[in-house]
Design a protein around this ligand. Structure first.
Ligand SMILES: [Zn+2]
Ligand SMILES: [Zn+2]
Ligand SMILES: [Zn+2]
Ligand SMILES: [Zn+2]
Length: 802
C-alpha cells in the first residue's frame, strides 16, 4: 500500500538485476539524489511505461456509465434488508460514477436521502434532497421526496420551514390533479400526520439543552511555544550530533497534558482494501465498503453522504467545500492520474502531493532559505541547478561538510530560530540516502520518473495553474519547467524521507452490530501523512506520550509524568506491549536505521524468559509457566513435565480456529451456541496457555459480549473483568487499551443498573481515556452522559442490581 504494487516492484527489481554491473555501481555510488535520479530515469524505457500503464488499467477510477444503475439496485436490496448504512454506501458509489446533472446522479442522491432518513441523519438527508433537486430530480417523483423533506424539518424542530414545504406540496397537488387516486390518498394521509406532529411540537416548550452539545473544548494548547509552532511551552527543541533533533520538557509535565497539536502538512487517504479488478472480484463493480467510501479524501472526516469529484469515481469528499479546496490545491493535477497513483503506492502519492502543496507557500522564500544553508550570502533567486543540489543532500549535515562556520541554528528553523509546519521544514527531514539499498533507490527513482513523464504528458501548463500571483509564477518557473529535474528530485527526496518520517493517521472505528450493547473499538489506519513537528520526537518502545487524531490533526499528550529535562518520546510502531525485543530491534534497524537503546530494550536484553506473559504457555499438570526453545520444560522444580514447541504452536492454531468459529456464531446472533463454543475454548486454553495469555483474554471478552447480548449482565461483567486483567498486565493500568476495556465494563454495569459499580468504573475509564484523548473524545462524552443519567436516577428500593 505504501510501496508500489507487487508486479511493478518485482518488474523493476528484475530490471535492476539485469543492469550491467558498471551501471549498478554508478547508481549505488552516486552521491547526490539528482545523480541517482538522472541516472535511473535515463533507464526508464517506453516498454516499461507500457507495462505500468497495463497494470494501472486494473483500477477503475473513471466514471462508468453503467455502474450507477447497478449500484442503485444493489443499494435498494440493502435498503429492503433495512441495512441503511450499507445502502447509503452503495448509493454513494452510484453517485461517484454518475455524470453531474443527470437523472442517475439525482436518483442516487434521492435514494441516499431515504437511507439517511432512516439512520436519523436528518440534516444530511436534507442536504441530499437539495443535491437531488440540483441535478434534476424527475418531476413525477417529487412529492415523495418533499414529504421526506417536511418530515426531516419537523424532526429537526424547524417547524416554519416544514409548514411551508407542506403548503407548497398541497398547492402543487391542486395544480396537477394527475396523481392516481390511491397515491393521492396516501399523500393526503401523510400530510395530515405531519401537520399533527407540527402542532404537538409547537406546544412543547423549547427544551433542547445546549448542555448536550459539546461541553468541553480543550483541544487547544494552554500556552503555545514561541520556538515551535503547534507545540506547548512546556517543551523545547534541542539538537546534538548523535541524536539529531529532539524535544525535552522544560518543566514538570502531568499525565494528559497536551504537548503537540499539529495539522498534517500533507496527507493521503490510504486506499486500504481497494484491489485492482483483475484480482477476481465477483462482479465488474466492487460492492465492498472501504475507507475510501467512508472518509473524506481531503479532511478525513467520516461521512455517509460524500460528494464525488466531477471528473473521477475515486475521490470523494465530506462537502462541496472540501472538494473545491482539494481541487484547487492538488486534485486538478491528480484527478487524471488516479489509477497510476494507486499502482505506484501511497508514498509516491504523498511525494507528489507535497510538491504540489509547496506551490502555495512563498516558494521563492523556501528556495532562498534552502540555498542559504549552503551558499550563505546568496540571496538572489537561485539557478535551478542550485536547488537540485540543495535537495540532493541531507540538508543538516551539508553546512558542516563545507566547513563553514555558518550559524545555522537548528536544521529546519527559519532565520529567527522558529520551527514551523511548512515545506521548508518538510524538506529538512532526513532522507537517509546513504542507508537505503541501491535497489530501493532505483525503484523509487523509476517510480518518480514514470510519474513525471505522465505529468508532463498530461499538461505541463497544468502545474502552473492555481498559482495565486504572477510573482509566484515567475519564482516557480524554473521549478516547474518540464526540462528541469527539480520536480523529480524533490519528489524522490520525499519518497526516501517517508520510510522514516511517514506518520500513519488512525481513527477509532466502532465495530459490532447495533444489537451489540457493548461497543468494541479498533484502531484503523486511515491515511499517511507528514507532520514536521511530530517528526521531531524520537522513538522509545515504552514512550511517555500518546498520540491520537481528529481528522488530519495529530495531538500528542503526556501519558505519564515527565520530569523537567527529560526527553519527550513517542513510539514509531514497535511497542514493547506488541513485540518482543529481538523483533523490535530488527524492525527499527531495517526501517529506521538505528539501534534502540530505550530502557525497555536494555531491560529486555537481560531478561531470561523467552516470551512475554501474554504469549507464554503453561504446564498441563501443575499450571506453572513452561520455558525453553524447541522443547519447553516446566518452571516448577518438582515437576518433570516437558513438551515440544511445535506441538504447543499447533494447539494454539487449532484453538484460534475454534475461537474464529465462535465469533462467527456470535456475529450471526446464535448466542447460545456461541457461548457453548467459547466455554469449550476457555477450557482448552486453560490446559496449556498462561492465565495472562492474550488469547485467554480474547475468549473472555467474547464471552462477555455474548452474555451481554443475552441480557445477563452479571455473567458478562464477570468475564469482562477477567479480560481486563489480561489487558492490564500486557498494556499497563493506564494504557489506552485499558481505557477502551474499562469503557466496555462501564457500559455493562450501566445496562445492568449496577449503579455504584457503574459509577466507579466510569470514573476509572474517564481518568484513563482523558490522559490519552483529552475531553473532546466520543467515549468520554458517552461516559459523561451515562454518569449524569445514573446520578439523576431515583433510588429504586430493592431494584435490580448486580
Ligand atoms: Zn472533508
Ligand atoms: Zn477527480
Ligand atoms: Zn526500544
Ligand atoms: Zn509442571
Amino acid at each position: 500500500m505504501d510501496l508500489p504494487v507487487e508486479e511493478w516492484k518485482s518488474y523493476i527489481l528484475q530490471k535492476w538485476a539485469l543492469l550491467p554491473k558498471s551501471v549498478q555501481v554508478t547508481i549505488s555510488k552516486a552521491e547526490t539524489l539528482s545523480d541517482i535520479f538522472l541516472h535511473s530515469s535515463s533507464l526508464l524505457q517506453p516498454e516499461d511505461e507500457m507495462f505500468l500503464k497495463r497494470l494501472s488499467r486494473g483500477y477503475l477510477v473513471g466514471k462508468d456509465p453503467n455502474a450507477p444503475l447497478f449500484y442503485r439496485e444493489e443499494g435498494n436490496k440493502k435498503f429492503q434488508e433495512k441495512d441503511y448504512t450499507g445502502a447509503a454506501v452503495l448509493y454513494s458509489k452510484g453517485v461517484s460514477h454518475s455524470r453531474p446533472n443527470t437523472e442517475d446522479t439525482s436518483l442516487c442522491y434521492a435514494n441516499r436521502s431515504a437511507a439517511l432518513f432512516h439512520l436519523g441523519q436528518y440534516e444530511t438527508c436534507l442536504e441530499d434532497i437539495v443535491r437531488a433537486q440540483m441535478h434534476g430530480y424527475p418531476e413525477r417523483l417529487q412529492p415523495k421526496m418533499m414529504l421526506r423533506k417536511a418530515e426531516c424539518l419537523v424532526l429537526l424542530g424547524r417547524l416554519q420551514e416544514a409548514s411551508q414545504t407542506i403548503s407548497d406540496l398541497e398547492s402543487s397537488f391542486a395544480a396537477k390533479p394527475t396523481l392516481a387516486a390511491s397515491q393521492f390518498q396516501i399523500l393526503q394521509r401523510t400530510l395530515c400526520r405531519l401537520k399533527m406532529k407540527i402542532q404537538k411540537k409547537e406546544n412543547l416548550t423549547e427544551t433542547v439543552s445546549a448542555a448536550l452539545t459539546k461541553a468541553f473544548e480543550d483541544m487547544d494548547l494552554r500556552e503555545e511555544n514561541k520556538q515551535i509552532s503547534g507545540a506547548s511551552a512546556s517543551v523545547s527543541l534541542c539538537t546534538d550530533p548523535f541524536k539529531g533533533r529532539y524535544l525535552i520538557a522544560t518543566k514538570d509535565i502531568l499525565p494528559g497534558e497536551l504537548l503537540v497539536k499539529e495539522d498534517a502538512f500533507v496527507s493521503v487517504l490510504n486506499p486500504a482494501e481497494v484491489l485492482p479488478l483483475h484480482l477476481g472480484l465477483e462482479s465488474k463493480w466492487d460492492t465492498r465498503v472501504t475507507n475510501g467510501d467512508l472518509y473524506c479524501h481531503r479532511c478525513l472526516k467520516r461521512s455517509l453522504a460524500p460528494v464525488p469529484c466531477d471528473g473521477c469515481s475515486y475521490a470523494k469528499y465530506c462537502s462541496q467545500e472540501c472538494m473545491q479546496q482539494a481541487w484547487d490545491l492538488y486534485h486538478n493535477i491528480e484527478c487524471s492520474l488516479g489509477a497510476l497513483l494507486l499502482t505506484l503506492g501511497v508514498f509516491c502519492h504523498v511525494a507528489l502531493r507535497s510538491t504540489l502543496l509547496a506551490r502555495f507557500e512563498d516558494a521563492g522564500e523556501v528556495i532562498r532559505k534552502l540555498c542559504g544553508d549552503i551558499s550563505n550570502k546568496d540571496t538572489r533567486l537561485p539557478e535551478s541547478k542550485n536547488l537540485v543540489q540543495t535537495l540532493s543532500y541531507d540538508l543538516g549535515g551539508e553546512s558542516e561538510k563545507n566547513g563553514k562556520t555558518v550559524e545555522t541554528p537548528i536544521p529546519g528553523c527559519d532565520i529567527n530560530g522558529k520551527y514551523e509546519n511548512n515545506y521548508y521544514a518538510v524538506c529538512n527531514l532526513l532522507p537517509h540516502t546513504e542507508n537505503h539499498s541501491a535497489e530501493h533507490k532505483f525503484l523509487c527513482a523509476l517510480n518518480i520518473s514514470a510519474l513525471c513523464r505522465q505529468l508532463e504528458a498530461a499538461s505541463p501548463q497544468a502545474l502552473m495553474t492555481g498559482l495565486t500571483s504572477s510573482k509566484l509564477k515567475a519564482a516557480m518557473a524554473p521549478v516547474l519547467c518540464p526540462e528541469s529535474s527539480i520536480w523529480g528530485v524533490a519528489m524522490l527526496r520525499h519518497m526516501l524521507q517517508l520510510q522514516c518520517n511517514a506518520q500513519a493517521i488512525t481513527a477509532i472505528q466502532q465495530t459490532g452490530s447495533k444489537e451489540n450493547i457493548i461497543t468494541n473499538s479498533r484502531q484503523v489506519r486511515l491515511a499517511t501523512g507528514i507532520f514536521p513537528v511530530v517528526s521531531l520526537l524520537n522513538h522509545s518502545c515504552s514512550p511517555n506520550t500518546s498520540m491520537s487524531f481528529v481528522s488530519t490533526v495529530a495531538t500528542v499528550r503526556a501519558s505519564q509524568h515527565i520530569g523537567k529535562g527529560q526527553e519527550i518520546l513517542h513510539c514509531y510502531g514497535p511497542h514493547e506491549s506488541r513485540m518482543g525485543v529481538a523483533e523490535r530491534q530488527q524492525k527499527l534497524r531495517s526501517q529506521y536505521f538505528f539501534d534502540c537503546t530505550c530502557p525497555a530494550c536494555q531491560h529486555g536484553k537481560h531478561r531470561t524468559t523467552a516470551e512475554p506473559r501474554w504469549e507464554a504457555f503453561c504446564c498441563r499438570s501443575c499450571r506453572a509457566l513452561i520455558q525453553g526453545n524447541e522443547v519447553l520444560s516446566c518452571g516448577n522444580a518438582s515437576c518433570t513435565e516437558s513438551v515440544s514447541r511445535d506441538h504447543l504452536v499447533s494447539r494454539l492454531q487449532d484453538l484460534q480456529q475454534q475461537v474464529g468459529i465462535a465469533r462467527k456464531l456470535l456475529r450471526n446472533g446464535k448466542l447460545e451456541r456461541a457461548i457453548q463454543q467459547l466455554l469449550g475454548c476457555q477450557h482448552d486454553a486453560e490446559s496449556f496457555l498462561s492465565a495472562e495469555h492474550s488469547v485467554v483474554g480474547e475468549i473472555e471478552d467474547d464471552l462477555a459480549q455474548a452474555y451481554a447480548a443475552l441480557g445477563d449482565w452479571q455473567k458478562s461483567a464477570a468475564h469482562l473483568q477477567k479480560s481486563l486483567r489480561v489487558v492490564e498486565i500486557r498494556h499497563g493500568p493506564s494504557s489506552v487499551e485499558m481505557g477502551h476495556e474499562l469503557f466496555k465494563l462501564a457500559q455493562i454495569f450501566f445496562n445492568g443498573f449496577a449503579v455504584p459499580e457503574a459509577l466507579n468504573t466510569i470514573r476509572k475509564a474517564e481518568k484513563v481515556l482523558l490522559v490519552h484523548y483529552g475531553p473532546g473524545n466520543d467515549e468520554i462524552q458517552e461516559l459523561q452522559k451515562m454518569k449524569s443519567c445514573l446520578l439523576d436516577l431515583p433510588p429504586i428500593p430493592g431494584g435490580p442490581s448486580l
